[in-house]
Design a protein around this ligand. Structure first.
Ligand SMILES: Cc1ncc(COP(=O)(O)O)c(C=O)c1O
Length: 411
């Protein structure tokens, strides 16, 4: 059998290793100068000059707060937006658990709106019926790296005192037209998790136009202390601090920040490689029966965090005479294809099982299967293929060839 093709492999060069080593030798490991540098690098990357944050005037400077995860960023963003007990927060069920759980941490109620089949992002045409007097915020999720229609939703809710938060865990390098992700919502939350386009191993960032919110998130991520260690122990610092509100331990270490900074310097190059892999898959899988390749809306620059195909639930049975595929054709559909790829040493994954299908959400919150049919159908069909900068063209071809064979496509 040919070598393994893992679902993901991080792209780590000597630059990342040197950057982390320098921090280890520096005498300062926790949040400090590197975390601040990362905040500057990310806000510069997403662009402050054409900021279109609905809560701030165009051209407003962006503020970034480096955090331990995107989950932490979502939690603190919701607090900054004033979400609390009894409020309603609209989001899509087609997301990772972080989006839902952070709403629940605050005693607020997640209200789901079904997704668009083409992008799996919240469908703005279905938003109206979910809006109530209790709606305090909307969390838009950009799945796979395809930006969501955040600005459209912001326009629809203008004047209603509803804050828009974007869960952009997948889409740091994405743009919608000329507008970078990170400038469309009141607060945008990014992830530097191990598999993300820019990684710190674990990490995240909240980016926003409002300085008062950024200051509050900065305090909340360090126990609500009035002064962080870096300023207390730096030259001219003083030991004393106050606690101004109940906080959390959500800061990002300088070790992680240094790794993410080295990745930021390669963000564009890595995004381009992902884009070229996506193009190669799409070309190779064109016309394969039972397979739909991802669609990209006009004017979108996709981050390609994930390359998700849709596998028809009742895919055509293998063609007569194609012996190899008859032997391997153990049923059809997404899971059969995933198993066939696994047997050939190719890792795949599924993103995501919609939140309302989880037992906890059904038993504790009363959601039920069938409530969000588009999300459910997308989930049943979706399969994420390997996509990362170090994946070679021949690896891509091998994955595509195996899919073609399994689905009974002609050579
Ligand atoms: C859509 C989405 N939101 C939030 C998160 C949480 O990110 P983190 O692991 O940095 O907390 C993830 C993680 O993969 C995600 O996929």
């Amino acid at each position: 059998m040919a070598g393994q093709i893992p679902f993901h492999k991080p792209s780590i060069t000597q630059a990342e290793i040197d950057a982390v080593e320098a921090v280890l030798r520096s005498g300062w490991l926790t949040s400090g100068p590197k975390a601040r540098e990362l905040e500057a690098a990310v806000t510069k990357y997403v662009g402050s000059s054409d900021s279109a944050s609905p809560s701030s005037a165009p051209g407003t400077e962006l503020h970034g707060v480096a955090l331990s995860s995107c989950t932490a960023a979502l939690h603190l963003a919701l607090i900054a937006a004033g979400v609390g007990q009894g409020d309603e927060v609209i989001t899509s069920p087609y997301t990772f658990v972080s989006t839902g759980e952070t709403i629940l941490y605050l005693g607020a109620k997640p209200v789901f709106v079904d997704v668009e089949p083409s992008t799996k992002n919240l469908d703005p045409s279905k938003l109206d019926s979910a809006l109530t007097k209790k709606t305090k915020a909307i969390v838009m999720v950009s799945i796979a790296g395809h930006p969501c229609r955040t600005q459209e939703v912001a326009k629809m809710t203008r004047g209603r005192n509803i804050h828009i938060i974007e869960d952009a865990a997948h889409s740091l390098t994405a743009r919608l037209g000329e507008t970078p992700v990170g400038t469309q919502a009141d607060i945008t939350c990014f992830s530097f998790y191990a598999t993300k386009g820019v990684t710190a191993g674990e990490g995240g960032m909240a980016v926003m136009g409002r300085e008062d919110w950024a200051d509050r998130i900065r305090r909340l991520c360090l126990h609500g202390l009035s002064d962080a260690a870096w300023s207390r122990y730096g030259s001219g610092g003083w030991w004393d601090y106050d606690v101004t509100e109940l906080g959390y331990k959500y800061n990002l270490t300088d070790i992680q920040a240094a790794l993410a900074l080295a990745q930021m310097a390669r963000a564009e190059e890595m995004r381009k490689r992902r884009e070229s892999i996506a193009r190669r898959y799409t070309e190779a899988l064109r016309g394969v029966p039972g397979i739909k390749t991802p669609s990209v809306a006009p004017g979108v620059r996709h981050a390609w965090h994930l390359y998700q195909i849709a596998v028809a639930r009742a895919a055509p049975v293998q063609t007569v005479g194609n012996k190899a595929s008859q032997e391997e054709g153990r049923g059809t559909g997404r899971d059969a294809l995933s198993l066939a790829l696994r047997a050939d040493g190719i890792g795949t994954s599924v993103h995501f099982k919609p939140l309302h299908l989880f037992r906890w959400y059904q038993e504790r919150l009363g959601f039920s299967t069938g409530q969000f049919p588009v999300a459910e159908r997308c989930f049943e069909e979706t399969l994420s293929l390997p996509i990362y900068p170090d994946l070679s063209d021949s690896d891509v071809d091998r994955v595509a060839d195996r899919i073609r064979a399994h689905m009974g496509a002609s050579k």
